[in-house]
Design a protein around this ligand. Structure first.
Ligand code: F6P
Length: 547
């Protein structure tokens, strides 16, 4: 593997640190000095209008960041990813979620095989199945039509379809009920199924590996729930269970008919997979045409990322802004604040995308990193957050860069007063980014007649960085564009940090230990190697459990 010079020894890094140390004017002054800033600091990709004028950067900052990207080979790694090279070095895998949205006639090769035909074969298989469920042609064991679809999966096999289902609810078949079960806490499956008729329920077991303990446990319990309703008749499983997986052997072993399996491949990472077979529940909900519109949205941003010049490349820009805050201004977190109720699960989805990808402290060559990597990603939809934690963003002591995502029009279903509320929602959206950036000076507060002892409390320093992402409406295509934007942003950061953004070894240890601890909880067995604190806690648990 090519030796990657230490990031912090690069002259481009030193130049950025020096630039930071020289300081910079408050955002108020940056705008005052540069009347064209608001127009110039905008990048457009597809339907997304991305305004970064309220970021703590100047032309010089941006130029230096682009130099860092060039020096660290971001574009070379990007091209290697699109070519299907095995850039997931620790798992020796290609990283080709972009092939999932490639057009039918594209050629993307992995080890000399064009994978696009098989991507489209699965999309066609999904479309056929989705149409049959939507039309009522696919019936349950007793001949009743399917009314409920329950996706059983976790991590990437849950968050993506659950987020997208929520985001695109206005486009969904309203005569079907969709539920997403992920937690191994039995309460999750219980609540998801307690009011459902098994004869009308389809379970979609989504698991890339088909070995994930939470999913297999929930799927097994779901199967028992179903079989109980059909006096143990195993023939029912074929009409009520389908699988989304790369592991045909395990799917068969579980008892799901391989004809009811929708495949994907090891070059699709779990957190990059909801546009693969993992999106089957979503496709049933919104229909194949809308699903394809969403894929087109993804592809639009893929093409942009691949071809747009650095100055106008949106994922590159967002990635580099994150590097600026994370590595040079000591920000620890990044807030994503969608002003759309339909994006209520978007930030949770991004948490896995970003934190599982870039939560790393070892470089691609195995050496430790000596710089900050991925931020803590968090946030909830506006305006709820305004009445909860925005106080800290406005007047706390931490630097919290934030993305504000909003839409010019509410979804088509809203009318009358509810439609009119959209302007109020968006008034808050714009007001917040203005208040964060420009704040309110002590003089302004005094001029309002505020008593002197309150002036400091009611002063807003401002200078809090935000990006505003605006689109006309939250359509399937726009959702695809947004997700691809963040996927590639995460990629850019991983490339600069020289980490493998596509493995997730950090989740393994907990999984292994859980397997070891379980017998201690159920049977009181001794678990060799448990630390004293955990041993004491397990003992306390058993006492409480049996009290
Ligand atoms: O959390 C670890 C992880 O492997 C994720 O990367 C993945 O999305 C999730 O578990 C579920 O995995 P699977 O789809 O194989 O069940």
């Amino acid at each position: 593997m090519a030796q990657f010079p230490k990031l912090t020894d690069r002259p481009e890094w030193a130049a950025l640190a020096d630039h930071r140390d020289r300081g910079r004017p408050h955002l108020r002054e940056l705008f005052a000095k540069d009347p064209g800033r608001a127009e110039r600091y905008v990048v457009r990709v597809g339907d997304l209008h991305i305004d970064y004028s309220k970021q703590l950067v100047t032309d010089e900052t941006l130029a230096l960041l682009r130099q860092l990207a060039a020096a660290t080979g971001v574009s070379a790694l990007r091209d290697a990813m699109f070519r299907g090279e095995r850039i997931n070095v620790t798992e020796k895998r290609a990283v080709l979620h972009t092939a999932l949205r490639a057009p039918r006639d594209a050629v993307v090769e992995v080890d000399g095989e064009n994978v696009v035909p098989k991507v489209h074969a699965v999309l066609d298989q999904m479309a056929g199945f989705a149409e049959r469920v939507r039309s009522g042609e696919w019936t349950g064991h007793t001949g009743k039509r399917i009314r409920n679809v329950v996706n059983v999966g976790i991590g990437g096999s849950d968050l993506g379809p659950a987020m997208a289902y929520e985001a695109l609810r206005p486009f969904t078949a309203r005569d079907l009920t969709f539920r997403f079960v992920s937690n191994v806490d039995g309460a999750d499956l219980h609540e998801a199924t307690r009011d459902l008729d098994p004869a009308e329920t389809l379970f979609i077991v989504a698991s890339k590996t088909f070995t994930t303990i939470e999913t297999i446990t929930n799927a097994t319990s779901a199967r028992s729930w179903l079989l109980k309703a059909f006096d143990g008749d195993h023939k029912a499983v074929a009409r009520h269970f389908v699988a989304l997986s790369t592991n045909a052997e395990k799917v068969t072993e579980f008892g799901i008919d391989p004809d009811n399996m929708f495949a994907f491949w090891d070059w699709v990472g779990g957190r990059y997979s909801y546009d693969s077979a993992i999106g089957l529940s979503l496709m049933i909900a919104i229909g194949p045409d809308r699903f394809r519109e969403m894929l087109d949205g993804f592809r639009l941003v893929d093409d942009h990322f691949r071809t747009a010049p650095a100055e106008a490349n949106a994922p590159l820009l967002l990635g580099l802004l994150g590097i600026w805050y994370d590595n040079f201004l000591d920000a620890q977190t990044h807030a994503v604040l969608p002003y759309s109720h339909y994006l209520s699960k978007f930030t949770a989805y991004l948490q896995q995308l970003d934190m599982e990808s870039n939560g790393k402290s070892v470089q691609r060559d195995g050496n430790p990193v000596e710089w900050q990597t991925g931020p803590v990603v968090w946030g909830t939809p506006g305006t709820n957050g305004q009445h909860a934690y925005y106080q800290l963003i406005h007047q706390g002591t931490k630097l919290i860069p934030a993305d504000f995502i909003g839409f010019a029009r509410p979804v088509a279903e809203l009318s009358g007063e509810l439609k009119a509320q959209h302007d109020l929602l968006m008034a808050n959206f714009f007001a917040q980014t203005q208040a964060l950036a420009f704040g309110k000076t002590a003089e302004e507060v005094r001029a309002e007649g505020v008593p002197e002892e309150q002036v400091a409390h009611r002063t807003f320093h401002g200078d809090h960085p935000t990006t505003t992402i605006l689109a006309t409406e939250l359509t399937p295509s726009v959702l695809g564009q947004l997700v691809a934007l963040y996927e590639h942003k995460v990629f850019v950061q991983g490339a600069v940090w020289n980490i493998d953004s596509f493995d997730q070894w950090g989740v393994e240890l907990g999984k292994v230990l859980a397997k070891r601890v379980e017998p201690a909880l159920t049977e009181g067995a001794d678990v060799p190697g448990l630390d004293p604190s955990t041993t004491a806690l397990v003992a306390a648990y058993r006492t409480l459990k049996n009290a």
